[in-house]
Ligand binder design. Structure first.
Ligand SMILES: Cc1ncc(COP(=O)(O)O)c(C=O)c1O
Length: 385
């Protein structure tokens, strides 16, 4: 260890280790079934690995173009046109990123100036606020309604000031599994109409929506699409969270600004993996089948908990299930999640970790992106408390 005596003026004094790392570490220390962090415990398909290996063997191992390999940007453009009816220009309007997290950070860094305000919805995904604060912006919180986690648009309207530079939305929503409707997007479009507010739309779970719903992307709303940057993640879609590859979409004027930061932030993203994904995603059934795949897992997990004392909240999308536990315990959600991990043997995330003010509604989040045997083993333990 090297001891430093520098007086460091931290840009993020309140930030410690994320709750996901803390709970995953605790789960592994206790040998608990880890339903905390959002990653699958099953393999992606061999065809994806084959295509990636082939790209390596073909010598595609050097820097790709800054915006991403042409094959992948073309495949993304085709997917978007067929899903949302909007044709993005692969040259100017699509950039491949090192996961959604980097896309979100870079978008914030490109548009948010010191002192600007950014509206986020609480509970809020953990990377947004530190990203805003790193660049000197100020997060302004709109509460989602409990327990259905829908936005209160009148409250959002009241939060807008001349300093509001950006609104970040996330649908399907982590941690709640709620989704925005076409009406929500229409109201948002109306709220921002006469402003220069940029909408940053985190749609990493775009292919995981249940019960016959269609994902409402800002991409399919012309007025919003013109002022939005939309972010997605191949990690979520193809069961490869560790590859850290995603993309961002936006009108050429916005994308130009995004790329100014991107080129000095990461510059480019792993070449052979991009080519492997481009090849793999040409078979649309691989993303179109995802909703059904996870709907079965959701239903299986909910069935496991039916005879338990947890109260399950609705789950319209994502691979997360929220559960109230007030019939089991009066502990705070952090204490409950720790007890669940240590004494019951199942790790979950306390939802207060997503609330900047620590608001605690007595709810924990389980990740059901797991094999059935994992979910069944967890269910057996959870039914006993
Ligand atoms: C809402 C949301 N946005 C972004 C991310 C980050 O995605 P990536 O792993 O591609 O950086 C996640 C991952 O859990 C997420 O849940």
């Amino acid at each position: 260890m090297i001891a430093s005596s520098l007086a460091v003026d931290s840009k993020l004094p309140a930030v410690g280790t994320t709750i996901f790392t803390v709970m995953s570490r605790l789960a592994s220390e206790c040998g608990a079934i880890n339903l905390s962090q959002g990653f699958p415990d099953f393999q992606a398909e061999p065809a994806l690995f084959e295509a990636t290996m082939q790209a390596m063997r073909d010598g595609r191992n050097q820097y790709p173009p800054m915006a991403g390999v042409p094959e992948l940007r073309a495949a993304i453009a085709d997917k978007l046109a067929s899903l949302y009816g909007t044709r993005f220009d692969a040259e100017q309007e699509i950039t491949v990123t090192a996961g959604a997290t980097q896309a979100l950070f870079t978008a914030i860094a490109a548009f948010v100036h010191s002192g600007d305000e950014v509206i986020v919805f609480a509970p809020v995904y953990d990377s947004y606020v530190p990203s805003i604060e790193t660049v000197g912006g100020k997060a302004v919180y709109a509460q989602l309604r409990f327990p259905d986690y829908t936005p209160d648009w009148d409250a959002v309207r009241a939060l807008i000031t001349p300093r509001t530079r950006m609104i970040i939305i996330n649908s399907p929503h982590n941690p709640s599994g709620s989704v925005l409707s076409a009406e929500d997007l229409a109201v948002l479009a109306e709220i921002v109409r006469d402003t220069d507010i940029v909408v940053l739309s985190d749609e990493v779970y775009e292919h995981i929506v249940f019960d016959g719903r269609q994902h409402c992307s800002v991409v399919s709303h012309p007025a919003l699409a013109a002022r939005s940057l939309t972010v997605s993640s191949f990690g979520k879609t193809y069961h490869i969270t560790g590859w850290k590859i995603g993309y961002v979409l936006g009108a050429a004027d916005l994308m130009r600004e995004f790329r100014k930061v991107h080129q000095f932030n990461v510059f480019t993203v792993n070449t052979p993996c991009q080519i492997g994904i481009a090849d793999y995603m040409r078979d649309a059934s691989r993303h179109l089948g995802l909703a059904r795949f996870y709907e079965q897992k959701r239903d299986f997990f909910r069935e496991q908990l039916r005879a338990s004392r947890f109260e399950l909240l609705p789950c319209c999308g994502t691979y997360f299930q929220l559960a109230r536990y007030d019939a089991i315990s009066g502990r705070s959600d952090r204490e409950f999640a720790e007890w669940l991990t240590r004494d019951v043997g199942v790790a979950a995330i306390p939802v207060s970790a997503f609330h900047p003010d620590g608001r605690d509604d007595g709810v924990v989040r389980f990740c059901f992106a797991k094999r059935e045997e994992t979910l069944a083993a967890a269910g057996e333990k959870l039914r006993q408390i």
